[in-house]
Design a protein around this ligand. Structure first.
Ligand SMILES: [Zn+2]
Length: 268
């Protein structure tokens, strides 16, 4: 998961979402409000809906690489995902800021996996949220790549070649629990194929950088070199690239490459 760059939703689409949200907010009974929200969302979230065509377009522009899923960074994103699930948060059904773009498997796996921290720091997990008669109050435990920078909470193990994420915050802190929870959700989404795809991405980035150095050293022109840079940045798993930049000093084969191409240390 990597921080996504925010883009504004055009005002007309924003007004469309707000009008639908107001309709849901007007339903008094909580259980009915949840049901109304789900029904309205599946009714509106269609390819031929003008507002959702714009929502999809802007979300796609916010994705890294070639419209990669905001969770796994591996597959094509084509589904609108609610960071706060509509099952628990009817007030968030048509909230632009609550939308992420994900692939089918990630959207399908996450469903209602969501936990919150109460004011006292207690963690309420999804199972305990079921059957409540009001929206949970508290902060999201799951990191939101539109708000949080996941690389501030976790690190990818490149040095040990496991390609697993591990939390970096101190034990017992809120940041630590958010990192652990997010890593577990990400892991469950991809059923453990994550490390293999990240390893492949690592090898791909390394090869792309080697190719760039090869052509640069043989006098490749600026346009060609820029194409090679863009091709590298368009690959899946941008987190792997960002970790290569962050950890290159600790990995001899990477340090050797980046020593030859210092300019690549700022490619993002
Ligand atoms: Zn995904």
């Amino acid at each position: 998961m990597i921080r996504v760059e925010e883009r504004p939703l055009p005002a007309e689409a924003e007004r469309g979402l707000q009008a639908w949200q107001a309709e849901i907010d007007g339903v008094v009974d909580f259980a009915r409000r949840v049901e109304t929200g789900k029904q309205r969302f599946s009714g509106k979230n269609r390819r031929d809906n003008a507002v959702f065509a714009v929502v999809r377009q802007v979300l796609a522009e916010m994705c890294r690489g070639v419209v990669r899923c905001m969770y796994c960074e591996d597959s094509l994103a084509d589904e609108i995902e609610h960071h706060k699930p509509k099952h628990f948060f009817p007030s968030q059904v048509f909230q632009w800021k609550n939308y992420l773009f994900s692939c089918g498997p990630c959207n399908g796996t996450k469903r209602n996996q969501f936990s919150v921290f109460t004011d006292s720091g207690e963690m309420i997990v999804d199972g305990e949220l079921v059957g409540r008669l009001a929206e949970p109050v508290g902060d999201s435990v799951l990191l939101n790549p539109r708000v949080d920078d996941p690389l501030e909470f976790m690190k990818l193990d490149l040095v040990g070649h496991t390609y697993n994420f591990f939390p970096t915050a101190d034990d017992g802190t809120v940041s630590r629990r958010r990192a652990e929870y997010t890593i577990e959700i990400l892991r469950s989404k991809r059923r453990d194929i994550g490390p293999a795809t990240r390893r492949k991405a690592y090898e791909g980035y390394r090869a792309r950088l080697t190719e760039y150095i090869f052509h640069r050293d043989r006098g490749g022109d600026a346009v060609h070199l820029d194409q090679l840079k863009k091709a590298l940045l368009g690959e899946s798993h941008p987190t792997v690239w960002h970790e290569m930049l962050r950890q290159q000093k600790d990995i001899p084969e990477l340090k050797a490459l980046f020593d030859q191409a210092r300019e690549a240390l700022v490619w993002r």
